[in-house]
Design a protein around this ligand. Structure first.
Ligand code: PMT
Length: 319
């Protein structure tokens, strides 16, 4: 097995912009608790699995990052993503025996909760005669399954949830996760489904207080967020199996962009998807060619087949 992460030298310009991003980011709240949780999770899963071999651990990133416009944030730029892809994929990775670090946007879709109501949570419950709270009969099967699957994953130590909101939090936690997964070597996997901001306002040049509309039209220059995929591959976790996503709106450039990401960032797999069809169709791009994956019908998840393919690719990588 070859980490295949290309030349070991990162372009100086990239290293400098990454350093500057982290040096100027606001301090991560609760970083020692995150670090403690991560260490405990990795320690637990570094030991042998029931079958004897080491446990595979995947970091699933999910949901969109925000870009604050003010330090005491009233307004922000958001990224499109419900977190459904990451939540569904987490369930299938757990089913395949992986331990999952679910790095997700606060308030986005959660594993095992995808079928619970979005609008009125209260529709699921009713009051019993003795004023006890019960799940309505019509929803009980779905809720029982969700609770059972979720508790199994947690009790077996297969699920660690870490939240983020801003681009600063996301990249700081991603770096912590990646560095703590380094000892797992090639048993570690990254599945980067989060929609990550490409532009941001550096903390030191950000307005401290609410921007006043009385000052007239807003003229703002956004800096480019350094692409962290190269850092992940070359510095943070060079042996891990890395899958990134490519979302486009124009089908004519999708595969070309996915191919470019494979080569430029030395990804092992890129999952290409189009905004118009991403819920039911993806293309798994590997160095051996492309595999089209479509959901069978409106009740099945495209993630089920996709995760089988990715687990199989990871097994081959481990060989
Ligand atoms: O959550 P859902 O509503 O179910 O939607 C799922 C999805 C469409 C968001 C998902 O399938 C998807 O395509 N996610 C990636 C979207 C995206 O941000 O694509 P991109 O082309 O901008 O970025 C490509 C890759 O680079 C991503 O894996 C991203 O993690 C990474 N990236 C992006 C920007 C940046 N500054 N640094 C990065 O590392």
């Amino acid at each position: 097995m070859d980490p295949g992460n290309g030349s070991d030298v990162l372009p100086e310009e990239l290293t400098a912009s990454v350093e500057s991003f982290f040096d100027t980011a606001p301090p991560l709240q609760g970083s020692s608790l995150i670090s403690h949780k991560l260490q405990a999770f990795i320690d637990r899963n570094s030991k042998s699995s029931e079958g004897g071999g080491p446990v595979r651990v995947v970091c699933v990133t999910s949901g969109g990052t925000t870009v604050p416009l003010e330090q005491r944030c009233v307004r922000y730029i958001d990224n499109f993503s419900s977190g459904h892809r990451g939540a569904a994929s987490t369930e299938y990775f757990v089913k395949a025996g992986y331990a999952v670090i679910f790095l997700h946007r606060r308030g986005s879709c959660q594993p095992y909760c995808r079928y619970l109501p979005e609008d009125s949570f209260l529709d699921f419950f009713e009051l019993g005669e003795d004023s006890s709270i019960q799940v309505c009969q019509s929803h009980s099967t779905i809720v029982k399954k969700a609770i059972g699957d979720y508790q199994n994953a947690v009790e077996r130590g297969q699920l660690l949830k870490l939240p983020f909101t801003t681009i600063f939090e996301y990249l700081q936690v991603l770096r912590m996760v990646a560095i703590s997964m380094r000892p797992l070597g090639s048993y570690g996997m990254f599945y980067l489904a989060a929609a990550v901001s490409d532009f941001y306002v550096p903390w030191e040049s950000m307005a401290k207080h609410k921007i006043q509309s009385s000052s007239g039209p807003l003229d703002m220059r956004l800096s480019q967020v350094p692409k962290m995929l190269s850092m992940l591959r070359k510095e943070w976790a060079p042996m891990a199996f890395c899958i990134s996503f490519k979302l486009e709106t124009d089908g004519n450039i999708l595969l070309q962009k996915a191919d470019m990401a494979m080569k430029k960032y030395h990804m092992h797999v890129v999952v290409a998807n189009l905004l118009a069809t991403y819920k039911r169709e993806v293309i798994v791009v590997t160095d051996n060619g492309c595999i089209n994956v479509c959901s069978q019908d409106e009740y099945s998840d495209v993630e089920e087949e996709m995760i089988k393919i990715l687990v199989d690719r990871h097994s081959k990588y481990l060989e």
